[in-house]
Write a protein that binds this ligand. Structure first.
Ligand code: PLP
Length: 450
């Protein structure tokens, strides 16, 4: 291929990147990734970079699995495309829907496919409103979500999300979406006991339902463990209280499992780890380990029977795409047959937890949180206080750059550093991850002292 500088110049000239400025691209040039294998990326300069983010929280089985390439090629030759509209179906989508129904908890036995998590959450908005209308309660249209949540970038899913920066662009949120506070004890709990704080934040849902009117609230959506908001692990008291409130007021509970699903938290779904009984789960990312774009809404018997009672005027050209479905199925086979999730729960997850939590002894780290294979550390100016840096995000940005310089991909959300490595990471590779993270923290600390 062309030399890196030429690729970067072409990229900056013609390729519009998500969440990136033109100046950044022109000044620094994008890092061009050319290959990947296992947990390592190779860039156009030949650097081998440990990907502690599994791409965007998605490459659960790791890179470079030939079996997936074989399945995709076979499916492309046999049936590269057909739709699932108007009474047609095909073998890969049938097999995948059956498999997901077997894996999903409770009576979540039905899947409406989409091309991504954003599309699936858009489906959810329409589906829960349609559900209540069909049940004779058309006023139940409000969906409650949380500030600082991320549920996707489309108009609907971006509205469900609680990212103010996204709402500011393009006139979001759409009507009848309401946001409550997140259960982020470290940043917002003050002197309160964490469990008391968890209950208090859950009760915000009840307060919102009573204020908006019980007859108007259709659903509550949240990630079992909030990912892009900064890997925010709720106090143990939070989810039981949320579940009680949803049950009590007949509010559908949507668990956004786009990150937490398919092993990330040490069980097939984050709902199991957090003890939740959702009515709907949003899935994407780890469903195919990112090898093909696919997402979906997994719904209960009751919801499927109501939605299918009349024609649901909704669907995507790529709903249940045969190649993506075949790839996802093969990915699930690998996760299952290679005991990847049990390994995370029993061996590598506990090992990573021990190593990750040891980072709190670093002068720059205030707290370290981790569930399964999603973790965060908070960078703070003073270890003896939870007070943030005065200029939020600077330390996080420097740390991310130092990680890159040490051939490690970690993400920063403000001043929280995030990891979400491929689930197949070994204990030896975890040692490499931690030692590179420590080096980056040391360099970041030194730079902040200047
Ligand atoms: N929901 C959650 C929790 C996510 O983290 C994301 C993406 O990061 C989405 C939904 C959107 O998924 P996609 O980017 O596939 O549209």
């Amino acid at each position: 291929h062309l030399p890196t500088a030429e690729l970067q110049a072409l990229d900056a000239a013609h390729h519009m990147h998500p969440f990136t400025t033109n100046d950044e691209l022109a000044e620094k040039g994008a890092r061009i990734i050319t290959r990947a294998d296992g947990i390592y990326l190779t860039d156009s300069e030949g650097n081998e970079i440990l990907d502690a983010m599994a791409g965007l929280w998605c490459v659960n089985i790791g890179y470079g699995r030939d079996e997936i390439a074989e399945v995709a090629a076979r499916q492309m030759r046999e049936l590269p495309y057909y739709n699932t509209f108007f009474m047609t179906s095909h073998v890969p989508v049938i097999a995948l829907a059956k498999k997901i129904s077997e894996l999903a908890p409770g009576d979540l036995n039905h899947v409406f496919f989409a091309g991504s998590g954003s599309e699936a959450n858009d489906t959810n908005i329409r589906m829960v409103r349609h559900y209540w209308a069909e049940k004779g309660k058309p006023n139940k249209s409000v969906i409650i979500s949380r500030h600082n949540a991320y549920h996707g970038s489309s108009v609907g899913s971006g509205s469900l999300g609680g990212m103010s920066g996204m709402h500011a662009q393009g006139g979001l949120p759409i009507p009848d979406i309401h946001h409550i506070e997140q259960p982020h004890w470290w940043a917002e709990g003050g002197d309160m006991d964490p469990e008391e704080f968890g209950v208090q934040r859950a009760k915000e849902l009840e307060k919102a339902i009573l204020e908006l009117g019980e007859d108007r609230v259709a659903a509550f959506i949240a990630e079992p463990v909030q990912g892009a908001g900064g890997v925010i692990v709720p106090p143990a008291s939070y989810w039981p209280e949320i579940q009680r409130i949803c049950d009590n007021y007949e509010i559908l509970l949507i668990a956004d499992e786009v990150i937490c699903g398919f092993g990330r938290t040490g069980n097939w779904f984050g709902s199991e780890t957090m003890g939740i009984r959702p009515d709907i789960m949003t899935i994407a990312k780890g469903l195919s380990s990112g090898y093909a774009p696919i997402g979906g809404s997994v719904v209960s018997d009751e919801i499927a029977s109501v939605i299918g009672g009349s024609e649901f005027n909704h669907g995507y050209t790529y709903s249940g795409h045969p190649v993506a479905a075949a790839v996802a199925l093969e990915n699930l086979r690998i996760l299952e047959e290679e005991n990847v999730i049990t390994q995370v729960r029993d061996v590598t997850g506990p090992y990573l937890k021990e190593q990750w939590e040891s980072l709190v002894d670093h002068p720059l780290v205030g707290e370290a949180k981790i569930v399964g294979m999603m973790g965060s550390i908070a960078l703070v100016p003073n270890k003896n206080s939870r007070a943030p840096f005065s200029e939020a995000g600077t330390a996080g940005f420097i740390c991310r750059e130092r990680c890159f310089a040490n051939n490690l991909v970690m993400r920063h959300v403000g001043d929280r550093m995030i990891i979400s490595p491929p689930l197949v990471i070994t204990t030896e590779e975890i040692d490499v991850l931690i030692s590179r993270a420590r080096l980056a923290l040391d360099e970041c600390y030194a730079e902040l002292q200047k």
